[in-house]
Write a protein that binds this ligand. Sequence first.
Ligand code: FES
Length: 144
Amino acid sequence: MDRQAYVENIVDHYEHPRNKGRMDDADVQLGGGNPGCGDLITIYAKIGDDDRIEAISFEGEGCTISQAGGSIVTELARGRSLEEIAAMGLEEITDEMGEEIVRSRVRCATLALGTLQAAVDQFRRDRERREAGLPPIERKPFEV
Ligand code: FES
């Protein structure tokens, strides 16, 4: 894709977001933000017995790139295992947004991915603690 195609892809995800909306019965939900600008993303996910993302959605408010990121990342994540989510990196975002945009707006471009990975972390930690009979630890929003 050339720069124009990447821009069009981002705008399309921003204007027609996939998987946008609150999920009331999520197994995990976590907010993320960029304190520099106040932009926000919340990720919701249901996780199956096979440790794969069964359903995922996001809500948020902010710049075009961060909100397009919510749409892109939730599309990429569905059906993946928690291990696979933890291993996701900048390359996959770059494939969708283009290197130039990701490089110049890295915090915007990684807000949703970082929030998703923190949510998965949170889910695993809570589960380990539950299995060990310990109370959950306090949830901290993810920050880029
Ligand atoms: Fe705030 Fe993009 S300007 S995340």
